[in-house]
Design a protein around this ligand. Structure first.
Ligand code: C2E
Ligand code: CA
Ligand code: CA
Ligand code: CA
Length: 278
């Protein structure tokens, strides 16, 4: 029994060791990535479904790894949150996105909002509102051109602090949207109390439209809910003309997805904006 125990331990130990060295390497590289300027932001347009105008651009971070190439945020955001790197990284994303939007405005483009994803770790820090205000000031961007994408789990936390922060942001003139709406196992009561501008319908609901009657019913209901609450509503993951036509017919205000454009580096986004408004 003694030998067996040791054996079991050894197997467990070696796989754990392999896992932790791999993780450690990723962690070390991730920490260095910010100093080395390896992060970059891609931009994806959000389109007004009646006028075809650009309603906003969403900032989506990428890691340009020297060997592995472009790394998706799904692969490093959770670790960045865990090791606290999301705080300086998130600040860098906010600042860069605000500066980019200001540059586009200064270049004479019709103004649109820049929307930035905010992780819970970032939002719940005491200085979050200050960080947002500083990013706006440093970029000389008016607050109305910045939108923060928060998840339901962030706003669901109805700690007095959360409500206060949302109100402060709102009073500062920043827009607030709820990302991945409908996936958060949350009650709807926060919609009543919190100053929210926009619902972004999670792309899982659109995926099987127009084939899935249940998904169609859910989307119609979210659009109706948004309209009654005077909220803007965006459908994520629009991939086909059929989906676009379905949403336009249901009077969804905006759409975002590969049908319009994939996320692009800033220079490509700029060309895309020029071409689409020509
Ligand atoms: P999200 O905020 O829900 O972003 C939408 C994701 O869907 C993006 O993936 C986008 O590229 C992808 N997408 C857009 N249109 C389509 C489509 O038509 N079909 C399909 N299949 N996908 C589409 P991405 O850029 O890989 O980002 C994944 C997630 O990582 C984001 O989900 C967000 O939660 C997180 N993330 C990305 N950038 C940031 C950031 O700057 N800060 C934080 N905290 N999180 C971020
Ligand atoms: Ca988002
Ligand atoms: Ca989303
Ligand atoms: Ca999502």
């Amino acid at each position: 029994a003694k030998g067996e125990g040791r054996n079991t331990f050894r197997i467990y130990d070696s796989s754990l060791h392999a896992m932790s060295t791999e993780r450690l390497r990723l962690e070390v590289n991730l920490r260095r990535a910010l100093e080395r300027g390896e992060f970059t932001i891609y931009y994806q347009p959000r389109i007004g479904l009646t006028g075809g105008t650009i309603a906003a651009m969403e900032a989506l971070v990428r890691w340009q790894h020297p060997e592995s190439g472009l790394v998706s945020p799904a692969e490093f955001i959770p670790l960045a949150e865990e090791i606290g790197l999301i705080v300086p990284l998130g600040e860098w994303i906010l600042e860069t996105a605000c500066r980019q939007n200001k540059r586009w405005q200064d270049d004479g483009m019709d103004p649109f909002r820049i929307s930035v994803n905010i992780s819970a770790v970032q939002f719940h820090r005491d200085e979050f509102v200050k960080v947002v205000q500083r990013a706006l000031q440093e970029a000389s961007l008016e607050p109305q051109w910045l939108e923060l994408e928060l998840t339901e789990s962030i706003v669901m936390n109805n700690a007095a602090k959360t409500i206060m922060k949302l109100r402060e942001l709102k009073e500062a003139g920043v827009h607030i949207s709820i990302d991945d709406f409908g996936t958060g196992f949350s009650s709807l009561s926060y919609l009543k109390y919190f100053p929210i501008d926009t619902l972004k319908i999670d792309r899982s609901f659109l995926q099987d439209v127009p084939d899935s009657p249940k998904d169609i019913a859910i989307i119609k209901t979210i659009i109706a809910l948004a309209r009654r609450l005077h909220l803007n509503v965006v459908a994520e993951g629009v991939e086909s003309r059929e989906q676009f036509l379905f949403l336009a017919a249901r009077k969804c205000s905006e759409g975002q997805g590969y049908f319009f454009s994939r996320p692009m580096p800033a220079s490509e986004a700029e060309q895309w904006i020029r071409d689409s408004s020509a």
